[in-house]
Design a protein around this ligand. Structure first.
Ligand code: SF4
Length: 394
């Protein structure tokens, strides 16, 4: 979710009227993604590489598969051809010649002088572009990476630039992993820093590209992959009920955040059109099930828009809807630099809403949206976003 770009180690997302027009899962994109002629190493877990080796008569076992992926992904060797793989010549030759390992091209890099976040614009092998954002964490030298899951997005949230693009295609797992690796490797090279978290809150609705996002998250948390703790990986969703249920049933350990932004059905449907596909009660029940299975607090994100969703009636509606579920509420200011008319809530309005939310007896945390100077903040992640016109606020 492009509107899912806020700061802090964890953060959020953000809609026209889709009704039933959006499928629960988007079709896969173009060639060059997982499943293409040359499987991509960055989209593989050790067991996948082992299966490929066995199918193709390549000698070696799971230990060798782990060595190859550990060397390539964890170590971050950018050019496979220059690697001296710590495995047999036969396996090394097969990996070199029959598996893809290309990375993404960095088209542009924007550094926000205020918060030091960095927005990356990547070009993919088919010419598509996507974005990722490097987010500095409180601890010096530590970063999180906000990753895109799709090119464009089908959800059309009212306050999101990405939603205006429509869905162009899904990203493959390897493309998300490659974006992560590029950011991680730059952090390492610049200052010896470490990327300790990842959030799927860039362009796209992650659960609309369910399989590839889960695969990418698994690779990022694998000892031979990104080596990030699973609970430091956050997947954000606008609330695709069947996919939330699937996620819960599969028992993944990544953190799930649901962008609510309103607990009043008609209002929420106006902000997040996909909300019209399932009732708020259905969504609440899925969240209840998830919290019961995962334990801890269920995090809901709320994009604050002045005069839209900051009134006491929203706090009361949220308490009625989910008051029985241990919650954490992440508040994210909508970015002010936008042409859609939504405006950031003044301090007094935000404070009054936070006070009203005390009825939940739950932690209410204000998350800061990074990259506001560089169009990488909440609702601003659209790689083809046109420059503002004279009529639009810049
Ligand atoms: S339109 Fe898509 S990318 Fe934007 S906030 Fe909604 S789900 Fe996220």
């Amino acid at each position: 979710m492009g509107e899912h770009l806020a700061a802090g180690p964890r953060s959020r997302p953000v809609g026209a009227s889709l009704g039933g027009a959006v499928a629960d899962s988007a079709p896969d994109g173009v060639s060059g993604v997982d499943g293409a002629d040359r499987p991509h190493l960055l989209g593989m877990l050790p067991a996948d590489l082992l299966a490929w080796m066995q199918q193709n008569g390549v000698p070696g076992g799971i230990t060798e598969a782990r060595k190859v992926l550990g060397h390539l992904v964890s170590t971050g060797e950018p050019h496979l051809s220059s690697m001296r793989l710590p495995v047999s010549k036969a396996l090394s030759a097969a990996v070199h010649s029959r598996l893809d390992h290309q990375r993404l091209e960095i088209l542009e890099r924007f550094v926000d002088p205020a918060d030091k976040s960095v927005r990356y614009l990547f070009r993919h092998p088919d010419g598509a572009t996507s974005e990722a954002v490097r987010i500095p964490l409180h601890k010096a030298g530590r970063y999180s990476v906000c990753l895109s899951s799709q090119v464009g997005c089908a959800m059309r949230c009212a306050f999101c630039a990405t939603g205006r693009l429509g869905l162009q295609r899904n990203l493959a797992a390897w493309e998300m992993v490659a974006a992560f690796m590029t950011v991680r490797d730059e952090v390492r090279a610049e200052n010896g820093g470490r990327v300790t978290g990842a959030v799927f809150m860039g362009q796209g609705e992650p659960l609309h590209n369910y399989g590839a996002v889960i695969r990418a998250a698994q690779i990022l948390s694998d000892p031979c992959g990104g080596r990030i703790s699973a609970d430091a990986i956050t997947i954000s969703t606008v609330g695709l009920v069947p996919r939330i249920r699937q996620y819960t049933a599969e028992g993944h350990k990544f953190r799930l955040i649901v962008s609510l932004s309103s607990a009043i059905a008609e209002r929420r449907e106006g902000l997040l059109p996909i909300a019209g596909k399932w009732s708020l009660e259905e969504l609440a029940e899925a969240l209840r099930e998830h919290q019961a299975a995962a334990g801890g607090r269920m995090t809901v994100a709320w994009v604050l828009m002045s005069g839209v969703n900051t009134g006491p009636e929203e706090a009361e509606a949220l308490a009625r809807l989910l008051g029985d579920v241990p919650l954490r509420v992440n508040l994210i200011d909508v970015n002010d630099a936008r042409p859609d008319g939504f405006r950031r809530a003044p301090d007094a309005e935000r404070k009054a809403f936070m006070d009203a939310l005390q009825v939940l007896r739950a932690p209410v945390v204000r998350r800061y949206s990074v990259g506001q100077d560089q169009r990488s903040a909440c609702g601003m992640l659209a790689s083809t976003w046109a420059p503002p016109t004279a009529e639009e606020p810049a």
